[in-house]
Design a protein around this ligand. Structure first.
Ligand code: RNT
Ligand code: ZN
Length: 411
């Protein structure tokens, strides 16, 4: 089947494939730099902590800012559309070896990233790094030790300033996402104390009146992590309420809920009260393992909700780290899968489906939902890629393998 035939088939359902292609092109996805080096960063800090883990030893991992930038730029070349780059504070670049601790980070430590973003004509998003640090021992913003809390409060404020710098320099608001790993391995005796401290620390961070024109703050909850199985201070309820009261956005990470719990159903409830929702698109396999996202039902369901509720109301970022496969392929595949999921959503005859639901014609609704699955959306995807001058199928992998031979194998 050709694109023209696919276009006709969709048109018969009232779906305009040209419009879908136009819309898809406008939806930016924030690609996470940390898949490029297994969340290592440039501080030589040592082990990855905070209850997360990047496993695997695939050769060619980026070790320097230059290597990481080169890899990311190469990945972007294989992805259709215009996107964003998501950085973590631990990717600060210290020129002349003048290293500073996390609480002393300044915009100048990210100048090279801003130059990189300008060169690629993309926006930047940001994340304070509350892990992989000597003062991030189980608890950070919720620590019993006021000095530890104060250190991380300073880090949070420093990061808001860096996010402002990104937004201002690049002319597009920077999503600055707060996630802390704080929690306990076993059942705590006091659940309230740490949560009070976390709330108090955040209040101190957000006393800094960052410019909302440049920064959108998102807060990310979690259910559990490795070594933090029984209690996470920053739970979903904690952040849902904190965000609502303080006018921030909730960020839903797909790996941070019970294994059978889908985030797609949470979106409309959050949107009704906050107007916008943020995501970490990820894939947990039995636990929050952060596998590369597949075009699976969970991602498709989330993307459907995004396109139904105006993509402008969402911050879409990817979050996974797999060191067992080619890291660039992991980035390209995940980005393309997210876009395919969005396209599938855009190709739904939304008005017809909604009308069937409202008329309680559940049989017709079910039949149409199922039959749509074998509609020729692949032709629309291929056409989108052709217009974007990107590979429409797996042949982009040949470019990755060539890059692996020419560049990665020398590392
Ligand atoms: C951890 C959170 C968090 C991190 C990144 C590196 O469980 O998902 O978002 O993955 O900040
Ligand atoms: Zn996440």
């Amino acid at each position: 089947m050709s694109y023209q035939e696919a276009k006709k088939k969709y048109a018969a359902l009232g779906v305009d494939t040209e419009k879908a292609i136009r819309e898809l092109k406008k939806i930016p996805v924030s690609m996470h730099c940390w898949q490029g080096d297994d969340v290592t960063g440039f501080e030589n800090a040592g082990a990855l902590t905070g209850g997360i883990q990047a496993t695997g030893n695939y050769p060619g991992k980026a070790r320097t800012p230059e290597e990481l930038m080169r890899d990311l730029e190469f990945a972007f070349k294989l992805i259709p559309g215009k996107h964003r780059l998501n950085l973590h504070a631990c990717y600060a670049i210290f020129e002349d070896g003048k290293k500073v601790d996390r609480d002393k980070l300044e915009p100048k430590h990210f100048k090279r990233w801003v130059e990189f973003a300008k060169k690629l004509k993309i926006g930047l998003d940001f994340n304070p790094t509350f892990f992989s640090h000597p003062l991030a021992d189980q608890l950070t913003l919720a620590s019993e030790d006021p000095k530890v809390r104060a250190f991380w409060v300073r880090h949070g404020i420093a990061c808001l300033k860096i996010a402002e710098y990104f937004g201002k320099e690049l002319g597009t608001p920077c999503a600055c996402n707060f996630w802390v790993p704080d929690g306990y391995k076993d059942d705590p005796s006091d659940r309230m104390g740490p949560r009070k401290r976390l709330k108090d620390s955040y209040d101190k961070i957000f006393k800094y009146k960052y410019n909302k024109k440049y920064v959108t703050v998102t807060v990310e909850s979690k259910l559990y992590g490795i070594g933090v199985e029984s209690y996470t201070v920053g739970s979903h309820e904690f952040y849902m309420n904190y965000a609502a009261k303080n006018n921030l956005l909730c960020l839903l990470d797909m790996g941070h809920f019970h294994p059978t719990e889908l985030i797609a159903d949470k979106i409309s409830s959050l949107l009704l009260f906050s107007g916008k929702v943020a995501f970490h698109v990820s894939r947990g396999v039995r636990w929050d393992s952060d596998h590369v996202i597949r075009l699976d039902d969970a991602v498709k369901a989330a993307a459907e909700e995004i396109v139904r509720n105006d993509p402008k109301n969402f911050v879409i970022a990817l979050d996974y780290f797999d060191g067992s496969i080619n890291r660039i392929a992991a980035l390209v595949l995940g980005m393309r899968n997210m876009q395919k999921a969005l396209l599938l959503g855009l190709l739904q005859p939304q008005a017809t489906l909604t009308a069937l639901q409202e008329a309680r014609q559940y049989t017709e609704q079910l039949v149409l939902q199922e039959e749509l699955k074998s509609y020729p959306w692949g032709e629309v995807w291929a056409e989108f890629c052709r217009r974007e001058k990107k590979a429409a199928d797996e042949c982009w992998m040949a470019d990755v393998l060539k890059y692996q031979r020419d560049v990665l194998s020398a590392r």
